[in-house]
Design a protein around this ligand. Structure first.
Ligand code: TUI
Length: 330
């Protein structure tokens, strides 16, 4: 089976988490992933607290399994969103785009599991010291707001630096990616872009179509000069960003161009002028399927390979770099 500490901590069957994508990760998607044995997340993004509260209520009606909320720490509503999470007793909270340090003791007080997304070894260590339950280690292959390092180099370095479980994210869309993440020392994975292209995802059909049609080099990064780099599919908007950045526009001017553009793409289906956030795996995704069939395929194609790797290591490689990795799998 594919049972790791992540399953025990979160109370889920498979250590597969759905990324908490702003506008895209609604209650419908989160509940479908949780019902299929993974952990679904509602993406709070920049939404006001009332909107997040409504999604939490909806998710509770759609699943009796654990689910979570991803809090985007750059949101102007972050304080109110944390209040709603606490009053609704959300079982799992992941955070992105910043350091969640000041919220940790409060979340622990309501018994929520807290899992920050970290882009570096230093932040991973600091978070472990503050008592978080696990880490999402996200490489630059991911969509949306990204760090600098790849999943391939970040996961093993953080897995070596901390004792809490590591959940790999960025660049994973199928069982090959899951197997690779586990070989690097992860005990769970988070997939975002793959779950956008599902029947249950409420994103506009044109958004899903843009991902299905994307080729290997289409997921590009804009906004590096602002300190908030964002990966999305190449279109008129990314070209306009490029022009602004090249002529040395101010951070304010560049960020103004991005305002409201994610909603335009996800809700209205404007894939030319909107921000079609997606990871580098966009080029690997060829279809739109039900969440359950994706989960079943991921599990059935991962388990035999993981079983083989576990056995190989316990038989012959006990003193090797893999020894610690496979001791945690049941
Ligand atoms: O947060 C994400 N991905 C996102 S958030 C988002 S909404 C947005 N839109 C426009 C601009 C900015 C955000 C779309 N996609 N992923 C998790 C993630 N967290 N990636 C990188 C980080 C991160 C970066 C710095 C986490 C912590 C951090 O800490 C810096 C510090 O304060 O120490």
């Amino acid at each position: 089976m594919l049972h790791t500490r992540v399953c025990d901590i979160l109370g889920i069957k498979y250590p597969i988490i759905q990324g908490g994508m702003a506008w895209v990760a609604t209650a419908e998607l989160a509940a479908a992933v949780s019902n299929a044995g993974g952990l679904g997340l509602i993406g709070a993004g920049n939404a006001p607290a009332e909107v997040v509260e409504k999604e939490i209520k909806k998710a509770k009606q759609m699943t009796d399994k654990p689910f979570g909320v991803n809090v985007m720490l750059l949101s102007p509503f972050v304080e109110e969103v944390m209040d709603v999470i606490c009053s609704s007793r959300v079982p799992v909270v992941t955070t992105g785009a910043g350091n969640p340090g000041k919220y940790i003791s409060r979340l622990k007080g309501i018994n929520s599991k807290i899992i920050p997304v970290v882009p570096s070894v230093a932040l991973a260590r600091r978070m472990e010291t503050l008592g978080v339950d696990a880490l999402v280690v996200e490489g630059t292959e991911a969509g949306g707001h990204i760090g600098e390092l790849t999943t391939m180099v970040l996961v093993p370095q953080i897995a070596d630096a901390v004792s809490i479980p590591v959940i790999a994210a960025g660049g994973i869309a199928d069982a090959r990616g899951i197997v690779a993440a586990f070989a690097l020392g992860a005990e769970g994975v988070q997939l975002g872009t793959r779950f956008v292209c599902t029947e249950e995802c409420t994103a506009h059909p044109e958004y899903k179509r843009a991902i299905v049609e994307a080729k290997d080099r289409d997921a590009v990064v804009t906004g590096r000069s602002t300190g908030h780099p964002v990966r999305c599919l190449k279109n008129k908007l990314t070209r306009d960003f490029e022009k602004l950045e090249q002529k040395g526009a101010s951070v304010e001017e560049i960020e103004k161009l991005g305002a409201g553009k994610l909603r335009e793409a996800v809700v209205e289906g404007n894939t030319k002028g909107g921000s079609v956030m997606a990871g580098q795996v966009a080029g690997m995704i060829k279809d739109i399927k039900p969440v359950k069939s994706i989960m079943e395929e991921l599990i059935s194609e991962t388990v035999p390979v993981v079983e083989m790797m576990k056995k190989l290591v316990s038989d012959r490689n006990n003193g090797s770099v893999y020894a610690n990795i496979w001791s945690g799998y049941e």
